[in-house]
Design a protein around this ligand. Structure first.
Ligand code: VG1
Ligand code: CO
Length: 543
């Protein structure tokens, strides 16, 4: 088959964000857009000649077509082999696992994660390295530089591929292995957790509702929870992945997983509820009338992970992204293990995991994971919770109460203002940044500022420096507010405001978070002039 060299020119706006490049699907489908970016990835990693790559995505609209283009380009660029999930499907954690297990040179993951899918919605693509984790900033910078100077890309002239049959085929000189996307991942879960204990938990009548939100985790959850662990048929709902996620927003939080929340707060609630996102790397945990905030979930898992076989020797350390609450730090401190604070985005955990400095990581955005892969992992988090509950035999509510009694409660909430005019969002951030040094000592409503800064990170493993990672204001009562602009949106800017207050008074652990945080919420608005600058009366999403 002929290798075509197609002339092109740089296309603006191909800078990777928090987790790869995300754009409207129609933009990805524009002439040369995908091809330019794929060639820039290949060039940015010094070519793919003789290399093996894992390729798969979350099944959203354009997933299969994009994969076929990527395969023809990989072949034209001299790749040795590509391992592809059947029908082009791989959850993000499953792709990460395959890269590691098969020791490939990395992989391409097609997903816009929690963003809606469809022709008028979002699409995304990212490169993960040989460790299975999202490319570090050094690599994404190289890829971005290449997008600005590209003049041509290589692609095989033809080659209509059938990705529906498991087996090995050829595309030009490149081997394509179409594999079952589920089994390797399910086997890994079986190695990590006490499946016997979880099986007997279900056998005792423990009930579960796992909402796959019409996204990629459905088949994985069905295999693991129902087929292997004996949860009753129908425990996994919305289990068939759809190209548009059923028109929904596959983001597992109380707003977008409302169907699950309503069920869990009803009289007929099962014992345990969980949901995952578009590409299967996020998780939401909810007990009977008891939503577990992701920051609390990380802390609980850090406290009790030793009840699962894979973590029985204890944890090397724990890492959390900066906006995530300090709840996990308190557990680490009590256990005498190190804790790390990284910028937002899973790529920053990679070095810590590779160096064996941490075992568990988490983000406030419903991401939790461990050293078993180099991505966050939604179903993994659900299984660790189930393993813990199977050993302790108490409810989610009781477990959370016990945790707060012991460690205190970090009241926490994130307020998102979506699709804000980019100019307005930038000037809000720039003005606040300029005022940071003047803030200490100032009284804002009921609170006084103790210190304020812009978060920057020095990677303790490779020494790389990442600046501009969020504006932080600490108050003298221990409260904190963080302001950041999202790096995953596709429309205007999304302002994220992260609010936190530690409470250790045992009689004050049961408040509603928005109420407990009222002073900080008011102070945040006053500090940054959110209402005045965005014209919004309140956030679009509260988690
Ligand atoms: C968001 C979250 C961040 C997460 C990222 C990717 O980024 O805040 O914690 O790592 O999404 O998640 P941002 O820049 O929009 O705040 V997802 O499930 O891709 O993969
Ligand atoms: Co995701």
């Amino acid at each position: 088959m002929t290798v075509q060299v197609i002339e092109t020119q740089p296309i603006e706006g191909q800078k990777p964000g928090t987790s790869g490049l995300r754009k409207k699907t129609r933009i990805f489908m524009q002439l040369h857009f995908l091809e330019n970016y794929v060639q820039s990835i290949f060039d940015g990693i010094d070519g793919v000649e003789g290399k093996q790559l894992v390729v798969g995505g979350d099944g959203r609209f354009f997933n299969d077509q994009a994969i076929k283009i990527i395969l023809r380009m990989a072949a034209a660029n001299g790749a040795k082999a590509c391992i592809v999930g059947q029908n082009g499907i791989l959850s993000t954690p499953a792709a990460s696992h395959l890269i590691r297990k098969l020791k490939t040179d990395g992989g391409l993951i097609l997903s816009a994660s929690h963003n809606p899918g469809g022709e008028n919605e979002d699409f995304g693509l990212k490169y993960n390295g040989p460790n299975g984790g999202p490319a570090n900033e050094g690599t994404t910078d190289k890829i971005f530089e290449r997008t600005k100077s590209i003049t041509s890309y290589k692609i095989l002239a033809s080659g209509d591929l059938d990705l529906s049959q498991i087996g090995t085929t050829q595309v030009g000189n490149m081997q394509v292995d179409v594999i079952d996307p589920i089994t390797d991942y399910a086997d890994l879960m079986e190695e990590l957790f006490d499946f016997d204990a979880i099986r007997s938990l279900f056998a005792s009548g423990f009930s579960l509702r796992f909402d796959a939100m019409h996204a990629v985790t459905g088949p994985y959850a069905t295999e693991v929870l129902q087929n292997r662990l004996g949860a009753p048929q129908g425990s996994v709902v919305n289990a068939t992945p759809l190209p548009d996620f059923g028109g929904g927003h596959p983001d597992p939080n109380p707003i977008w997983a409302k169907e699950l929340m309503d069920c869990m707060y009803s009289d007929t609630a099962p014992d345990f509820g969980a949901a995952s996102d578009g590409d299967g790397d996020r998780n939401m945990i909810v007990g009977k009338s008891c939503y577990v905030s992701p920051s609390d979930s990380l802390a609980v898992l850090a406290d009790l992970a030793h009840l699962a076989p894979a973590y029985s020797a204890g944890l090397a350390g724990v890492a959390r992204s900066m906006p995530t609450s300090g709840a996990a730090d308190r557990v680490a401190e009590a256990k005498g293990i190190p804790s790390f604070e990284t910028p937002t985005g899973w790529k920053f955990f990679g070095n810590l995991l590779d160096a064996g400095k941490v075992t568990l990581c988490g983000e406030e955005s419903a991401g939790t994971g461990s050293n078993h892969v180099r991505e966050k992992d939604g179903l993994w988090a659900v299984l660790l919770w189930l393993n813990i509950l199977a050993k302790k035999r108490i409810s989610v509510t009781e477990l959370l109460k016990e945790h707060w009694q012991r460690y205190g409660r970090n009241y926490y909430s994130r307020h998102d203002y979506e699709a804000v005019e980019t100019e307005a969002a930038n000037s809000l951030m720039n003005d606040l940044r300029r005022r940071l040094t003047d803030l200490p000592g100032q009284t804002i409503g009921a609170l006084t500022v103790a210190r304020a800064d812009e978060f920057a990170y020095d990677d303790p493993v490779d020494g790389s420096h990442s600046a501009g990672q969020g504006l932080r204001v600490f108050f003298d009562n221990g409260a904190r507010v963080v302001f950041r602009l999202s790096g995953t949106g596709t429309q205007g800017a999304t302002l994220r405001v992260y609010l936190e207050q530690l409470e250790t008074d045992p009689s004050a652990l049961d408040h509603e978070p928005q109420h407990a945080l009222a002073d900080i919420i008011a102070a945040a608005d006053q500090l940054a002039g959110i209402t005045a600058r965005t014209g919004r009366n309140g956030p679009d999403v509260i988690t």
